[in-house]
Design a protein around this ligand. Structure first.
Ligand SMILES: [Zn+2]
Length: 450
């Protein structure tokens, strides 16, 4: 027994002395991935939420219905089709065909890893020049816009915009586009377009093309057959794209997300951008007030009928940065939160007023109020219904009246939330995290406050 134990202990002691903290650091690194869902999205995996988890078509085998499941609470993935499994590091390594250190380094470069710099050696990465990324993105934006106006297969997208009441002028102003489905062998249409540009000596590199995520799976463009909405910085430069599934697409089956965004890159961080800000900024200044809505189409339809001091968050989050950013263009730093009138929108507004705004308003000196457009679900619904029997001038005045009539200071909403909680002793907070999280699972396009 002693003969076995002594060498065993000796090896343990020696290993600890030679490589202090190796195992501990490894474990810590694995625990420091912020969110496997964010990692998956950054890798170009499109997620949908259903039955208590996040699902996707498996990136490692060919399939038509999603069997690839992510469990954010455990930080792992598992494919019921091919058995692929692991944590965020395994996923990154497999998707990017790299080793553990390179995966760590990549995750770190996108701020998807929180770590002490000493524990993760930075592997030198080929730096993708920000200028080059912007060049690729603006070339793509032009390509998508041209496809929308010219290509035969974009007919469904043009019809969709027409049905939603988006005029050609607004379409052009916002640079809306369409991503064609055409594939050249294994190369997606968008990628083929960029590689053609590259051959014409336009200075773009393959890593820059990869970074904008125009091809997420071997056989499919991330935005193929979708309406594409450029996300621009305040200066009007395209930094990424949002996209919307069109009714009855030909290549998709069920279970695909309605909205898909560009992957995270050095110029595209969803939590720091607002849709429509480049168009809205002068009008926020003029009206001395910014209106924040939930969806791309709320912004587009309001803008279309002349209500232009409006911006939207991208996807499911509304952050402190976004609210402050919208307020920056108003002299009195006035912001109206006009989220959807459904339960998810209400829960998000409650949560904002109860938890995020108290500090934000104090720190940043904002003047925030809350309003709604009930009985209409959202601004797009309001515009579409009212436009049937009002001209745009009438609509604008009705909109202003409705907003004003329903407007309350954020503190009043906060007090209502707190009072509501007081009268439910012992009951779970119905506006709390769990509820918002549940809503997120029900409707992946609803706002969640973070
Ligand atoms: Zn699989």
């Amino acid at each position: 027994m002693v003969k076995i134990l002594v060498p065993f202990l000796l090896v343990r002691v020696l290993r600890g002395w030679l490589y202090p903290g190796t195992r501990r650091n490894l474990v810590r690194r694995r625990n420091n991935v912020k969110d496997i869902c964010e990692v998956a999205e950054a890798l170009g995996i499109e997620l949908i939420s259903k039955s208590g988890g996040y699902w996707s078509l498996c990136p490692f085998h060919d399939e038509k219905t999603p069997s690839f499941k992510l469990s954010p609470e455990k930080g792992v993935f598992y494919c019921f089709g091919c058995g692929a499994k692991g944590n965020a590091f395994h996923l990154t390594q497999k998707m990017r065909s790299c080793n553990f250190e390179e995966a760590s380094s990549w995750l770190l470069s996108l701020s998807l890893l929180t770590t002490n710099n000493k524990t993760v050696p930075m592997v030198e990465q080929k730096e993708i020049n920000e200028h080059e990324l912007r060049l690729v993105l603006s070339a793509l934006a032009r390509y998508y816009a041209k496809s929308l106006s010219e290509s035969v297969e974009a007919g469904a997208a043009r019809m969709y915009l027409y049905d939603r009441g988006i005029s050609p002028e607004t379409t052009i102003k916002f640079g809306l586009g369409y991503a064609p489905s055409r594939s050249i062998g294994q190369i997606s249409a968008s990628r083929y377009f960029l590689q053609e540009l590259q051959q014409k000596n336009v200075s773009i590199s393959i890593p820059a093309i990869d970074a904008v995520g125009v091809k997420s799976f071997p056989k499919r463009d991330r935005f193929a057959e979708r309406l594409v909405l450029p996300i621009r910085d305040p200066a009007g430069q395209t930094v990424g794209f949002g996209s919307r599934l069109l009714p009855q697409p030909t290549i998709y089956k069920k279970n695909v997300p309605k909205y898909v965004n560009s992957p995270v890159s050095s110029v595209f961080a969803k939590s720091r951008l607002l849709f429509g800000l480049d168009q809205a900024a002068p009008f926020i200044r003029q009206h001395d007030e910014a209106i924040i809505v939930e969806g791309y189409f709320d912004v587009l339809t309001l803008h279309d009928c002349g209500i232009r001091n409006v911006v939207a968050a991208l996807g499911v989050t509304l952050t402190r940065f976004q609210i402050e950013h919208a307020a920056r263009y108003s002299e009195s730093r006035a912001v109206i939160l006009l989220l959807d009138s459904d339960s998810a929108g209400n829960a998000a507004t409650d949560k904002l007023c109860a938890s995020l705004l108290p500090n934000l308003v104090q720190d940043a000196g904002l003047d925030v109020s809350v309003s709604h457009l009930k009985p209409f679900k959202d601004a797009a619904d309001f515009v579409q219904s009212i436009r049937k029997h009002q001209d745009d001038a009438g609509l604008r005045s009705l909109f202003a009246q409705t907003i004003l009539a329903n407007k309350i200071p954020w503190e009043q909403r906060r007090d209502k939330v707190l009072l509501g909680d007081l009268f439910k002793p012992g009951a779970p907070n119905e506006n709390g995290d769990q509820d918002v999280q549940r809503q997120r699972e029900v409707d992946n396009n609803s706002i969640v406050v973070i």
